[in-house]
Design a protein around this ligand. Sequence first.
Ligand code: ATP
Length: 461
Amino acid sequence: MSAPNIETIASLSKRRGFVFPASDIYGGLGSSWDYGPLGVELANNIKKSWWNWAVYERDDIEGLDSSIILNRSVWKYSGHETTFSDPLVDCRSCKSRLRQDKLDTDDAGKFICSNCGSTDLTEPRPFNLMFRTTIGAVSADDDPAALAYLRPETAQGIFINFKNVLDTSRRKLPFGIAQIGKAFRNEVTPGNFIFRTREFEQMEIEYFVRPDEVQKLHQEWLDAYLEWIKSLGISAENIKLYEQSAEELAHYSERTVDILYRYFPERSDEEKQWDELMGIANRTDYDLRVHSKKPEDADGKRINPDSTEDLSYFDPQTNERFYPYIIEPSIGVNRTLLAVMMDAYTEKTTEKGETRVILKLVPELAPIKAAVLPLAKNKPEIVEMAKRIKKDLQPSLRAVYDDTGGIGKLYARQDEIGTPFCVTVDHESLEDNAVTVRHRDSWEQERVSTDALKSYLAERL
Ligand code: ATP
């Protein structure tokens, strides 16, 4: 089972403290979200899982954390200033602003307004998605010399550091650079909870390869990502691949495969249930070439007169110098978190006929690994023992103590936020120095001695 729709996750998130509407006390700020106590843990666990898998478990990836605001030339030569735009149309009937490439067409091929159904739309015009800002205290708001952008992707920070990382790490092709960080896009139509927002976080790898290896390694990354996504507890039936058509490919890309997730299971048209979780692009040698000082156009003019560096690679085996091809797997933290929560969402009916929510997160991602609960909160010895156990567990795993309700209610609360284990301290515990461990998914209980508790939990986490 998974969540019936995104709305279910949005309301659970708000109720339990995963994700709150941002700036809420001032009426909110369209499609902005804050990550609460549980959301920040879940997002951190996703990022940790990714970093472990992408950087530590492989031996061909280095990490990086580049700036959000870069020299404007980066966005000039990358092509973002001229091409990073969406086709914007206005509906003349209901005045909605829409992205033409996301609209359906009627039998005559005319675009249909997704808000009111009218086909009376304006001609499309390009709307650049980069957020602008100015640098420095003296600059006027429209001073072109002070103009800068918030990065719309983390990738460019990696390309411009290619040589720094290559030289300091003494890498040989193929190798990659991984980065996690915020990106900003002034989206025309943000929405669907955290699926599309103007501020989001990406986990990107730029993997540098010899041109003749690019196809094989592209496929390897695709297969590897499918495995990692499944390791997050996302079921295979809710993932599928989408090969971008020639018309859809970005100007730098030779092949891009998207991995889609079933974010909209409630839609009757099966085709419309899916949307992008991530993309894996073959960006060719475009990026390192455009940021290099040497390459020339057909007329012998340098394509980049502003760059001071040549980002080519010298292959000591073949004595050749060339610009590496790049495979780019790019995935959003927020869209991953949404898919993880949707897939983990389960409802179970109790013997009394009540519906309970269980968030069946894989233990690695669960915000809280163990909740320590006293069966009687008016018994000081039990409370003291429970608090001691919590303190003892905390250095090795995220544990909480809770005595703010009856035991049934406490269990239900932990199920709903995905805590894999509840540890209950009862009257007998004082005698036998043992506790009851309750399993989230099966609701089965086991008696475990307190001395063995840490290793018992560690084995199962
Ligand atoms: P879309 O087609 O949905 O606008 P995109 O193809 O423009 O996405 P990319 O440029 O490939 O997206 O960005 C890589 C990843 O970053 C996406 O697969 C997604 O996970 C994430 N991402 C991109 N834009 C947003 C956004 N506005 N909000 C949340 N995540 C985003």
